[in-house]
Design a protein around this ligand. Structure first.
Ligand code: ATP
Length: 545
């Protein structure tokens, strides 16, 4: 409101100045001073609060989006590049919250210039009409620029997600890239992608350039036209020279309205685009969330059963599990054996409800896992994967993650059972040694034994152990075997075995081929009745010779 009033008062001061009315002039100048002071103060507070709103909304939106990403179905995660999530979580959320900052700024600047229109209207009607026509024409050009710019921005953001995903893959796979000696091919792929991204950016800039050029040209023509109009009005005696100069001065500020309107339009479109990208993850079916039931089991026994389970990862892909049925009793140790790609890890994935079965059912302690809540499933199962992730923390802190109130004795006991205590004690800082991101300072065998120690501390009834495929030396393999046998009898253990020597003592071995069980029994039984198992065993013996 102050911004509307100030230009009117300024215009009046100039009018009174020409009429030499000193007291009115003095009064208006004092009011103007006061209003300007008040405006500065209000400006300060409005900027301050819009910053607070920006900060609060940014935190809320980013946290809410982060929570939603953590709830996404694995199928969705598999089918999207990590760039989709990184870009939306970082850049889009910040652009979305930014509207609260710019809206305040742009709206107040538009108001300021709106006051100038009233002032011009008071001074001369025809000059007012001329300025309105000028603003409308320039605004239409600006609106078109923003629309085209925005459609290009949509493409740009998609491309940006692709590059971010690729960069994050390079960072994660840096060691492998070096080992594969393929730095050059990754550099040239990155170069290609960045070049494509910059081409999109260049196209956006080109749109801006073309339309701005057109607008500035028209602005200059309008400026010239205004001078002619003012001269005409002055010579016809319809406008005082001083007022003509005032209107001429205001012309620059009126054209700046177009800049501000353009920026406002762009911010609103930008906000809409960011909203659609952020809220798509939160609410659309394209980014579906994991669903769990409501039944809760405090402590499970460890019995479970797969009954006629069929599953495929992607509707275009082949069936990975084909009418698979088997039962495991509490405290049993069961091994899964089969060729690579037979579907062994998939069984583990389904048991933890990382994916939903297509048909059939999986039960834990007789209850279908689709009825159980998340805690009952994942809180009762520990997975020791082929390459367990160890966080960039000390060994003690890594163990504390799964058992926040573990005692020193419990920790040492778990590490002794996992056959890793002696190694930890040989490190300069013992349990306080920081192991590097992803546990880079540890060998594959040490990482698995630390994960076994975590499993001892977690004390879940079901332990899924995916044996490392990489060849471990005999000593490490023996230690891991010893660590697993320390778990046997007290827990239900499922092992995916890549070396049959590890699972000879299992209660039961299931031989999986193309998602089906083709042999079941103890080691000696299977050697007799399952030719595929015998073949695999003989091949392993040959390799060991
Ligand atoms: P390995 O012994 O080599 O670890 P596996 O028996 O554990 O193999 P799975 O990992 O269960 O085999 O994979 C079974 C099949 O499912 C394979 O053909 C694999 O390509 C496919 N597959 C596995 N994970 C996915 C996924 N996330 N998306 C699509 N297909 C997948």
């Amino acid at each position: 409101m102050i911004s509307v009033v100030v230009p009117i008062i300024s215009a009046n001061i100039i009018i009174y100045l020409t009429d030499s009315m000193f007291y009115q002039l003095l009064m208006m100048a004092s009011v103007l001073c006061l209003l300007e002071m008040l405006r500065s103060m209000l400006n300060y507070f409005s900027r301050y609060y819009s910053m607070v709103i920006f900060r609060e909304s940014f935190i809320k939106i980013q946290t809410a989006l982060g929570k939603n990403i953590l709830r996404l179905e694995n199928k969705v995660i598999d089918s999207n590049s990590s760039g989709v999530f990184i870009q939306r979580l970082t850049s889009d959320t910040s652009r979305l919250a930014d509207i609260f900052n710019v809206l305040n700024l742009y709206l107040s600047r538009i108001l300021i210039n709106f006051g100038i229109f009233i002032a011009v209207f008071i001074i001369n009607f025809w000059a007012f009409i001329y300025l309105i026509v000028m603003v409308l024409v320039l605004y239409l050009i600006e609106r078109r620029r923003v629309r085209i710019y925005n459609s290009k921005d949509k493409e740009f953001r998609k491309q940006n997600e692709k590059v971010t995903g690729f960069v994050s893959e390079i960072v994660r796979g840096l060691r492998n890239i070096k080992m594969l000696h393929s730095e050059d091919s990754f550099s040239s792929e990155l170069h290609g992608q960045v070049e494509e991204l910059n081409q999109s950016r260049y196209l956006m800039m080109q749109v801006n350039n073309r339309y701005n050029c057109l607008r500035f040209c028209l602005q200059d023509i309008f400026h010239l036209g205004l001078i002619f109009l003012l001269v005409y009005l002055i010579t016809m005696g319809n406008l005082a020279v001083a007022n003509g100069l005032v209107i001429h001065n205001y012309q620059g500020r009126v054209t700046s309205i177009i800049d501000i309107l353009g920026m406002l339009l762009q911010s609103i479109k930008d906000f809409n685009l960011s909203c659609s990208r952020v809220f798509a993850i939160m609410y659309s079916d394209q980014f579906s969330k994991e669903k769990f039931g409501s039944r809760h089991l405090d402590k499970v026994n460890g019995d479970f059963c797969f009954s006629h389970v069929n599953f495929h990862y992607d509707s275009n892909n082949r069936k990975v599990l084909d009418d698979l049925s088997f039962e495991v009793h509490a405290n049993e140790t069961v091994a899964f054996v089969g060729k690579s790609g037979a579907g062994k890890s998939t069984i583990f994935n389904l048991l933890c409800k990382m994916y939903d079965v297509d048909s059939g059912s999986i039960t834990i302690d007789g209850v279908d896992i689709s009825l159980l809540d998340k805690e009952s499933i994942r809180g009762n199962i520990t997975i020791i994967s082929q390459s367990p992730y160890i966080f960039h923390l000390s060994i003690r802190e890594n163990l504390r993650l799964v058992q926040p109130d573990m005692t020193e004795d419990e920790m040492i006991n778990a590490c002794k059972l996992a056959c890793i205590h002696e190694f930890i004690m040989s490190l300069p800082d013992g349990y306080d040694t920081v192991v590097g991101e992803g546990g880079v300072n540890l060998s594959g065998g040490q990482r698995q034994r630390l994960a076994i120690a975590r499993a001892f501390l977690q004390k879940t009834e079901i332990i899924l152990f995916d044996e490392a495929t990489s060849a471990l030396d005999n000593e490490t393999q023996r230690e891991i075997q010893k660590a697993i046998s320390n778990l046997q009898k007290d827990y239900t253990i499922l092992i995916i075995a890549h070396r049959l020597s590890t699972i000879i003592n299992s209660d039961r071995i299931l031989f999986i081929e193309d998602g089906k069980i083709v042999g079941e029994g103890r080691h000696k039984e299977l050697l007799k009745k399952c030719p595929s198992y015998r073949e695999l065993y003989e091949a392993e013996l040959k390799n060991n010779e």
